[in-house]
Design a protein around this ligand. Structure first.
Ligand SMILES: Cc1cc2nc3c(=O)[nH]c(=O)nc-3n(C[C@H](O)[C@H](O)[C@H](O)COP(=O)(O)OP(=O)(O)OC[C@H]3O[C@@H](n4cnc5c(N)ncnc54)[C@H](O)[C@@H]3O)c2cc1C
Length: 449
């Protein structure tokens, strides 16, 4: 059977499925999984294909595009049910019309409901809430590899916990219900600190009880923190959205375009990075001075990236750290970035980001299962040297973690079997390095599917 080429949105991950087909109904999905001759294994559901890892690769198999199943089926006072191919941002806009919102309002609006329900996502946790969107998926309907229809609800908590981070390995989700909440006003503002100031003030910053997302720059020695909190005393009907439009413009359109252009055309590295540093300084200033408001809404922070990636595209990787050990890891990472640049002449050409995400046991592969975590995520336009940098970044974290693990397992006194590594990669290319226990789990479910 001939294969065809399928690329993820960014263009960095190529898959060669024998068949790519579109599902328009649950009957289509059943017909696909049952006809193994026409639709060879592996069968992979494809949402918006924005993943930065090969989790949707279907070499010699079948890619099932879900985007045509995109209806919002039901909105109640505290839930929304939608088909798997609906975009998160479209459902969020529909909820807003009903005075409702998702709990987790990830920056990327293009992810589909199906992948949200069964995959890892990241957003800074609002006070008392989770930062992973799948934790609010409370009912899923899926077609299993044998063509059976299965519905999983909160009545089967263990199954739900496993499916929430199954990445489609249990079957193709065609419908998902999420718990939602009333649309609330949200205040936002930014502050820029040096690494030392951030280290010193972190306990106080956390005690403010606001969500914390960070723009991190090891080369400027700056951390610009985005603080958000809900405000019950404001009317969301009067909320403004220009702040988020400005953020989305400087972060997701201008920044990658600028970095792409400068990296392509300015070959003298000192000049190239001087320009990138200047842009990043201006960006931090724009965030501090411009992206602030007492009455915005979380839905407005979502970005609808173009259907086809342009020169404004970017990609990233991510590791999460137990928050009590974050500063030590971040300091070591700043040093690592400088040393890597000195040795190899390469540095990520966009600002890093970071998220503070609450302890969350809602899914089996939750990366904050054991406690609150904070991440640092290199971001890049994917220029020459990025892939090698990611390998070094993964090795750097794994080596640091290996040391921490041996300390942790010695100190563990509760007798409970601890995760071998306290951190997990959401989008790491090297999941085996992330956790042997998680890998064993992944392998066991893949071999069953
Ligand atoms: C520019 C950019 C910015 C990003 N920003 C963020 C961010 O702020 N926060 C964040 O969390 N992520 C972010 N991401 C990552 C991205 O949002 C996630 O990878 C997300 O899963 C993509 O959703 P998708 O619909 O494109 O999934 P896909 O990439 O199509 O699929 C992801 C996985 O889910 C499976 N799957 C998809 N649909 C189904 C289904 N119906 N049933 C079963 N399995 C299914 C696939 O087989 C695959 O394994 C960003 C990515 C990019 C490129």
């Amino acid at each position: 059977m001939d294969t065809q080429q399928m690329r993820n949105w960014f263009g960095s991950i190529v898959s060669f499925p024998s068949v790519v087909t579109e599902a328009e109904s649950v009957q289509d999905i059943i017909a696909i999984v049952q006809n193994t001759e026409k639709y060879p294994s592996p069968v992979r559901a494809i949402g918006s294909n924005h993943s930065t890892t090969p989790c949707g690769v279907a070499d010699n198999g079948t890619g099932v595009i879900m985007r045509k199943m995109n209806r919002v089926l039901d909105i109640s006072a505290d839930t929304v049910t939608a088909e798997a191919g609906a975009l998160y941002i479209d459902v969020a806009k529909e909820l807003q019309k009903h005075g409702l919102q998702f709990y987790v309002n990830v920056e990327i609006g293009n992810l589909t409901i199906g992948s949200t329900a069964c995959g890892s996502t990241k957003d800074a946790s609002m006070p008392g809430e989770f930062g992973q969107a799948c934790s609010y998926a409370i009912a899923l309907k899926m077609v299993t590899p044998s063509g059976e229809i299965v519905e999983i609800t909160e009545e089967q908590p263990e199954l739900l916990q496993a499916v929430r981070t199954s990445h489609g390995l249990f079957g193709i989700i065609y419908e998902a219900t999420f718990r939602v909440k009333p649309l609330w006003s949200m205040a936002v503002h930014h502050e820029t600190l040096s690494l030392d100031e951030f280290d010193e003030q972190l306990p106080t910053l956390k005690a403010r009880g606001e969500s914390m997302m960070m723009y991190i720059d090891p080369f400027l020695d700056t951390i610009t923190v985005e603080f958000r909190r809900y405000r019950e005393d404001k009317d969301p009907a009067k909320a403004s959205s220009w702040q988020w439009k400005l953020r989305n413009l400087v972060w997701s359109t201008l920044a990658p375009y600028f970095s792409y252009t400068v990296t392509k055309y300015i070959l003298v590295k000192r000049l190239r990075y001087l320009l990138i540093d200047t842009y990043n300084r201006l960006k931090s200033l724009t965030l501090v001075l411009g992206v602030r408001g007492e009455n915005t809404v979380a839905t407005a922070q979502m970005i609808r990236y173009p259907e086809k990636a342009t020169n404004s595209r970017y990609t990233f990787s991510i590791w999460a750290f137990p928050e009590e050990e974050y500063m030590r890891s971040l300091r070591a990472y700043f040093r690592f970035c400088h040393e890597y640049y000195q040795s190899w002449g390469y540095r990520p050409n966009m600002m890093h980001v970071g998220y503070r995400i609450s302890k969350d046991t809602s899914s089996l592969l939750s990366y904050s299962f054991d406690g609150n975590v904070i991440t640092f995520d290199p971001v890049s336009t994917g220029d020459a040297g990025w892939e090698q940098f990611l390998v070094a970044y993964n090795n750097f974290v794994a080596n640091m973690e290996a040391r921490r693990c041996s300390i942790r397992s010695t100190l563990s006194q509760d007798g409970r079997s601890r995760r071998p590594l306290e951190i997990a990669s959401v989008c790491s290319r090297d999941i085996e390095n992330a956790s042997t226990r998680r890998s064993a789990f992944l392998m066991s479910i893949s071999s069953n599917s």
